[in-house]
Ligand binder design. Structure first.
Ligand SMILES: Cc1cc2nc3c(=O)[nH]c(=O)nc-3n(C[C@H](O)[C@H](O)[C@H](O)COP(=O)(O)O)c2cc1C
Length: 239
């Protein structure tokens, strides 16, 4: 087992095509779920359940769900983009624009991108994936006095990170898909998997092993001095 900081630094999003012939072993899935089981949650609410989907027919049905990228996504996504590796290295936050269609990267073409956004089947995103883990939560429950249940959502984030780190330590690639929580997609996912109305989809984990070694992509983070303040807000850094 790699040490914990190395594991944290190595964890990454693998948006490649996964190999349907390289399944994730049941024992490995169990270990990832065990990691989720021990995630900290506000008030120890354990406000989640995990659906493990590895049945090819069910995966096919989910793959046939169509999702359309929203106007909000296209416009707000643009704000997070860098247009060269140099810019991303300098900004240290956000994503390289080249991972998105050309019209999404050009402010003059954003209206066109919004107009031309069409529903596409999810199978384009979950291609080859032998197993999906779909994390759902009970929207009726919330951490006591937690405004907007922010503590409940933070708890789901802890679950996500525990699962992701466990997968990383097992050498299993992960791609988080929040599109599963989009209203139209969630509705169909709930129908296919018989998820009751009161449960909400938080996110899905597409897991597996890429067909070929994914191209190395630039990953950046802010320096420690940029995200810390010593004793007083604004007093940047920590010596
Ligand atoms: C709450 C959350 C939601 C995310 N949703 C998506 C998603 O829907 N699609 C996607 O490709 N990546 C998604 N990501 C992955 C982030 O884009 C990614 O973690 C970030 O760009 C940093 O890259 P890294 O994971 O390779 O370190 C999500 C991550 C988090 C924590």
């Amino acid at each position: 087992m790699t040490d914990i900081l190395k594991l944290i630094q190595q964890r990454q999003s693998t948006r490649a095509v996964y190999d349907p012939n390289r399944p994730v072993a049941k024992e490995e899935v169990r270990q990832i779920i065990e990691a989720a089981r021990w995630a900290p949650t506000a008030h120890n609410m354990q406000n989640f359940e995990i659906l493990i989907v590895d049945d090819k027919e069910v995966l096919e049905k989910i793959g046939n769900i169509k999702s359309q990228v929203s106007e909000a996504f296209i416009r707000e996504n643009y704000q997070q983009l860098s247009f060269s590796e140099e810019e991303l290295l300098q900004k240290k936050v956000g994503i390289l624009g080249t991972v998105f269609p050309p019209d999404w990267r050009d402010p003059a073409k954003l209206d066109k991108a919004v107009r031309e956004s069409r529903p596409t089947p999810l199978k384009q995103r979950i291609k080859g994936c032998p197993v999906l883990l779909i994390v759902v939560y009970d929207a009726r429950k919330r951490a006591p006095a937690s405004k907007g249940d922010v503590l409940g959502f933070i708890s789901l984030g802890c679950v996500m990170e525990n699962m992701w780190l466990m997968a990383q330590s097992l050498g299993i690639s992960v791609h988080v898909l929040t599109v599963f929580a989009a209203d139209a997609v969630e509705k169909e996912v709930k129908q296919i998997l018989s998820i009751p109305d009161y449960m909400k989809v938080a996110f899905a984990f597409r897991m597996g092993h890429p067909v070929s070694k994914p191209a190395k992509h630039l990953r950046v983070r802010r320096d420690m001095e940029m995200l810390t303040c010593h004793n007083r807000f604004g007093n940047k850094g920590f010596g």
